[in-house]
Structure formats: structure tokens, C-alpha cells
Design a protein around this ligand. Structure first.
Ligand code: NCD
Length: 304
């Protein structure tokens, strides 16, 4: 029995395999409609979500299975003081696989240690978000046809953005990856992540505060929201929230085949005027999230 807590729990061969299955699902959806018949997914969401929870649920329905769960801690026994461990032991009585989002870093890892069924980390605090990373990798693969030899800019909240942390970890195993970190000083990539990047020979990274100057070199621009819920004080959030706003004007010098990604939700960091630009991939990215989660659940449930 396997869980998925961090993206590095999967080898690059396994990630390539998941991308192949997801692309096959896109091409032959009918072949997958009954694969999870009789299976139940529990979605345990202790933090808000739209795409992650709904794409997990849609994924299970499209595989012929069923879904149960809760979308806020206040509607579960956690509100009465139940521990994660007890919640998980209970959900094990009812479900074959669990997707869990929690504000505390490490909570899904604790859950997986107590669980007899696979646990998927659907986001833990400011730490990791491996299924968003699989979504991002599938999107890059579909848009660019490759996962190597890319210059990837990460812009916005690189400190608290768990999707950034997981995607950097994943990309740093491919060859020819150049990472450009674009953030204000206060929201720089955490030191533990910078040290990891420093220790790798196959990845180079640079840092800047200037989005416009960075754009012309990029193959991928990964925009992120400033993570309001992880700030200790409101004044800092207000000062930093509009640090970067991507507009059509700022894209003037961009490559013709740039891919603009965003895990969503967007707040203000991409102007809606960018949405009609064919280089804006973020809604296609949201759709890809369903397909890769279908592939992932098949893998963890050991269904061919
Ligand atoms: C992200 C998350 O929850 O970390 N959203 C998502 O899952 N698509 C990004 C965010 O909330 O900013």
C-alpha cells in the first residue's frame, strides 16, 4: 500500500508513467469509465479548496467510483477535538483511498502512518502539494512536449507557496532546467529550498525582483497568489499582495511560445485581459488536474 505525501515519493519513471496514462485517458476516456467501480474516495479537506477537491471528486466519478467526505473541519468531528489519527482510523472503515488537505505541515504524513489505505496529500500548510505538481507537469508536457531544457520563472509568494516548493523539487530532477525566482525580499524561496537547489548540479537558479526584465528569457511563467492565510499580520499582506500583476503590456517582450501557468485561485496577480492570450494555460491546467488525479488513483489502488 502506497501513499503520496511529497512529489519525491514518485520516481521520474513513475511520473512519466502517470503522464502517459493521463494522456491516454484524455484520448480514450471510455476505456476508463468503470475502472474504479465499487471504490470509494474520501476527501478530507480541513482547508478551503475548489479545484483540488472537485477535480479529485470528478476524477473518481469518471472512473466509475464514489466519493464521500467533508469540505471544512467545522463539519467533521475535528470540531469536537478529534485527532487526525482517530479521524483516519475511522475513515479507513468507509473508504478505499483518501485525499487530505490540512493547514498543518506534516499532517498527511501522520495520517498515512496510521492508515491502511492510500493517503494523498492534497496540500499541507506552506509545505507541499504533490498533486498540483503532477497537474503542472502534465500541463508543461502537453504544452511543450517535454519536461527538460526549460527556463521556468516562479513569480509571487515563493515563501509560503506550497505549489512552488513541490514543482521546484520535481523539476530539479530533469536535465537542462533553469529556474528564475521572482519575488519581493519578504517572499523569497525558503532557505531550506535554496540550499537544496544549491546542492544540485543539473539545475541553475537566479533571483530577481523584476518580473518584466525576467519575462523574455522564460519558456514557462508560473504565477502565484500571495498566501494571505499564512501571514502573521494583515499589514504585511496588504503591503505585499499586489507586488506583481501580469498584464498584456508586460508580455510584450515574451516568447511567442511562453506558457503562463497558475495553480489558481487568482486574486489580482494576473489581469483578466491576459486570459484571452493563447499563452495563458491556467484553465487548461485546471482541467489537466482531473486527468492526472485519475491516473494517480489508478496507480495507488493498483488498478491496471
Ligand atoms: C493552491 C494551493 O491550495 O496551494 N491551489 C490549488 O490547489 N490549486 C494555490 C493557492 O491556494 O494559492
Amino acid at each position: 500500500m502506497r501513499s503520496l505525501i511529497g512529489i519525491l515519493d514518485l520516481s521520474t519513471e513513475e511520473i512519466d508513467g502517470l503522464i502517459r496514462v493521463a494522456e491516454d485517458i484524455i484520448a480514450n476516456p471510455d476505456a476508463y469509465r468503470e475502472k474504479c467501480k465499487g471504490k470509494k474516495l474520501a476527501t478530507l479537506f480541513f482547508e478551503p479548496s475548489t479545484r483540488t477537491r472537485l477535480s479529485f471528486e470528478a476524477a473518481m466519478y469518471e472512473l466509475g467510483g464514489n466519493v464521500l467526505g467533508f469540505s471544512e473541519a467545522t463539519s467533521s468531528s475535528v470540531a469536537k477535538g478529534e485527532s487526525v489519527a482517530d479521524t483516519i482510523r475511522t475513515v479507513n472503515c468507509y473508504a478505499d483511498i483518501i485525499a487530505m488537505r490540512h493547514p498543518k505541515e506534516g499532517a498527511p504524513l501522520v495520517a498515512s502512518a496510521k492508515s491502511q489505505v492510500p493517503v494523498i496529500n492534497a496540500g499541507d500548510g506552506g509545505h507541499n502539494h504533490p498533486t498540483q505538481t503532477l497537474t503542472d507537469l502534465l500541463t508543461i508536457h502537453r504544452e511543450k512536449g517535454r519536461l527538460c531544457d526549460l527556463t521556468v520563472g516562479f513569480c509571487g509568494d515563493l515563501k509560503f507557496g506550497r505549489t512552488v516548493h513541490s514543482l521546484i523539487e520535481a523539476l530539479s530532477r530533469y536535465t537542462g532546467i533553469r529556474i528564475v525566482l521572482i519575488s519581493p525580499d519578504e517572499l523569497r524561496l525558503p532557505e531550506y529550498m535554496q540550499n537544496k537547489l544549491d546542492s544540485l548540479d543539473n539545475v541553475t537558479f537566479t533571483e530577481t525582483k523584476d518580473l518584466e526584465a525576467a519575462i523574455p528569457d522564460l519558456d514557462i511563467l508560473y504565477m502565484t497568489r500571495v498566501q494571505k492565510e499564512r501571514f502573521f499580520n494583515e499589514a504585511d499582506y496588504i503591503r505585499l499582495k499586489d507586488s506583481y500583476i501580469l498584464t498584456p503590456e508586460k508580455l510584450t517582450g515574451a516568447k511567442a511560445d511562453l506558457s503562463i501557468l497558475h495553480p489558481l485561485p487568482r486574486v489580482n496577480e494576473i489581469s483578466v485581459a491576459v486570459d484571452d492570450d493563447p499563452r495563458a494555460c491556467y484553465f487548461r491546467q485546471a482541467l489537466n488536474g482531473k486527468f492526472i488525479r485519475m491516473a494517480l488513483m489508478l496507480m495507488l489502488l493498483d488498478i491496471q
